[in-house]
Design a protein around this ligand. Structure first.
Ligand SMILES: NC(=O)C1=CN([C@@H]2O[C@H](COP(=O)(O)OP(=O)(O)OC[C@H]3O[C@@H](n4cnc5c(N)ncnc54)[C@H](OP(=O)(O)O)[C@@H]3O)[C@@H](O)[C@H]2O)C=CC1
Ligand SMILES: O=C(CO)COP(=O)(O)O
Length: 317
């Protein structure tokens, strides 16, 4: 069985490296392959060399020959990539490796795939993992969610390696919302630490943020226990507590009033906007996500955001 990774950013490159080391036949697609072909490294994951067995291509139609396609571009680019994939993909496995909610449709990656490729199998790969850790061969456990149990089992076995251990779920909504929303909460936590408010405040935000994640996900049909798993609590813990996280670092920069490189992928910023719109549509209260949206779009500054959250009416836990 062959695998194509579409998107040679940090995560796509790390997945291509680990799958190839595990013996899979891997093709890596990027819209511009010049640097990749010369150096066999992605500028988004410097220092990690692609094994010789990874084929690099700028041709989507060539990459689409594989049985399994790992879609590893940022969430807001997923629909554009699928629109370009103008080849029959009926019965193929399309695995979204992005974390977020599409702003134009307010849906997660599986629904975006379904919209463009209704006859392909839709799945999602998500959970706590930094690209650099995966590429270094450090042990990592992720969730592979697919509504079709047989296809999920097949993907679980195809994509697991000796260091990348996949757990299976058929709760696609729960898995994708856990991955999307934890990025928003990580921005809030980074901001709090950047403001010097301490670890206790961060723990409070993580806990109340988890309550928001569970509230929205269960309202949309997810199982609460999915949110307690790798794709929810696991990734929330990693992203809210590590300087390796770009979402967390973006929050830190806001809390410290420092600049932040606009070319860095920070999925939580656009997801905060999408969640705020989605929550309003379904009538749910998501105060932390709303505050991150207002912070990311400069409608409030960091100190005001915390003050507003702390002055909300007292309530039951
Ligand atoms: N990095 C990590 O540790 C992890 C990331 N993820 C998730 O993976 C997804 C991708 O993130 P990551 O790889 O880190 O991001 P990066 O910023 O490292 O790379 C993004 C890649 O996507 C490509 N890209 C962007 N827009 C398009 C487009 N319209 N068409 C084609 N290619 C495009 C970029 O190409 P170009 O270089 O040409 O701009 C780049 O190669 C995100 O949703 C993220 O949350 C999940 C787990 C871990
Ligand atoms: O999703 C990730 C870890 O699981 C990567 O987090 P960042 O996108 O914040 O770097």
């Amino acid at each position: 069985m062959s695998i194509a990774v579409l998107g040679a950013g940090a995560f796509g490159t790390a997945l291509a490296v680990t799958m190839a080391r595990g013996g899979a036949n891997v093709t890596l697609w990027a819209r511009d392959t010049t640097t990749l072909e010369i150096s066999r490294q992605s500028p988004r994951l410097p220092g990690v060399e692609l094994p010789k067995t990874v084929s690099i291509t700028p041709e989507l139609s060539q990459a689409a020959q594989a049985n399994t396609l790992l879609l590893s571009v940022p969430m807001q680019s997923l629909s554009g990539l699928l629109a370009q994939l103008d080849v029959p993909l009926s019965g193929k496995h399309l695995v979204a490796c992005c974390k977020g909610i599409d702003l134009s449709t307010l849906t997660g990656p599986a629904d975006v795939i379904r919209q463009f490729k209704p006859h392909a199998v839709q799945a999602i790969l998500t959970g706590p993992s930094f690209a650099a850790d995966i590429a270094s061969g450090l042990p990592t456990a992720l969730t592979l969610a697919c509504a079709d149990d047989a296809a999920g089992q097949s993907l679980q076995h195809q994509l697991s390696t000796s260091t990348l251990r996949l757990y299976r779920s058929n709760d696609v909504t729960g898995a994708e919302l856990g991955g999307a929303l934890k990025n928003v909460i990580a921005i809030a936590c980074g901001t709090t630490i950047g403001l010097g408010m301490g670890d206790s405040a961060r723990a409070a935000l993580m806990t109340r943020g988890f309550a928001e994640m569970t509230r929205l996900a269960t309202h949309l049909g997810a199982r609460a226990e999915t949110l307690s798993g790798l794709s929810g609590m696991g990734d929330l813990a990693l992203t809210c507590m590590s300087d390796q996280s770009r979402n967390y670092r973006f929050g830190l920069s806001r809390g410290r009033s420092e600049s932040f490189d606009a070319n860095t992928t920070v999925e939580g910023a656009k997801t905060a906007e999408a969640v705020t719109k989605l929550a309003a549509k379904v009538g749910l209260d998501m105060p932390i996500c709303k505050m991150v949206y207002e912070l990311a779009t400069h409608q409030v500054d960091a100190a005001d955001a915390v003050r507003i959250l702390l002055s909300r009416p007292l309530k039951e836990e």
